[in-house]
Design a protein around this ligand. Structure first.
Ligand code: SF4
Ligand code: SF4
Length: 181
């Protein structure tokens, strides 16, 4: 959904591919922060950042979960950066059916990076704070952007359930459950 221009703080995490050593501390920190209750368990499968590792090629690519898509794309491009070849999927944070990344292990619902929304706010996202080699760099910039309502993780989860079961079945289930609470 798009609207008028407004001043907004745009948050970014830049990745320095040459610095990442594949230690996976970022995955641990993200999963601990998003455990329910917070900090109660460590499960890297729940992390909104995953490091794609190809040790034979000396490739370590941290990617963060972004949008959900009910279909996979046909992008099969190969990128060459500093003499190394990377597949297009290595840089893609889309939660799609062609791979298992960024899906809650029990429910299969899509995960999404929230830049560590917290109250009070974190000074930097958790994954950036624990990356000791500076492979993740946090930046904030004030920009005039088109007002946009971005779906949160619950909305994305509901969309994936609608894609899987259909709106009618889901509405019936909600109606049945609401009579029990
Ligand atoms: S913490 Fe930093 S160095 Fe370790 S895997 Fe994550 S991005 Fe790479
Ligand atoms: S910014 Fe926060 S939510 Fe996003 S990947 Fe990093 S630790 Fe996880």
């Amino acid at each position: 959904m798009k609207g008028e221009l407004e001043k907004n703080i745009v948050k970014r995490i830049k990745v320095n591919l040459d610095k990442c050593i594949g230690c996976r501390a970022c995955e641990l920190a993200c999963s601990v922060f998003h455990a329910n209750p917070k900090y109660s368990s460590v499960n890297p499968a729940m992390s909104r950042i995953q490091v794609v590792i190809d040790p034979l090629n000396d490739e370590y690519v941290p990617i963060r979960a972004c949008d959900y898509s009910k279909a996979g794309c046909d992008g099969r491009r190969v990128y060459t950066i500093n003499g190394k070849e990377y597949s297009e999927c290595s840089f893609c944070g889309t939660v799609c059916p062609t791979r298992d990344l960024f899906k809650e292990p029990d429910s299969g619902l899509p995960l999404k990076c929230d830049m560590c929304e917290d109250d009070p706010p974190q000074k930097e996202p958790l994954c950036v704070q624990v990356c000791q080699v500076g492979a993740l760099v946090y930046e904030e910039e004030e920009e005039e952007v088109e007002e946009e309502v971005r779906p949160d993780e619950m909305e994305i989860g509901l969309k994936s359930l609608i894609d899987k079961y259909g709106l009618e079945k889901l509405a019936d289930t909600f109606a049945r459950m609401s009579q029990k609470v």
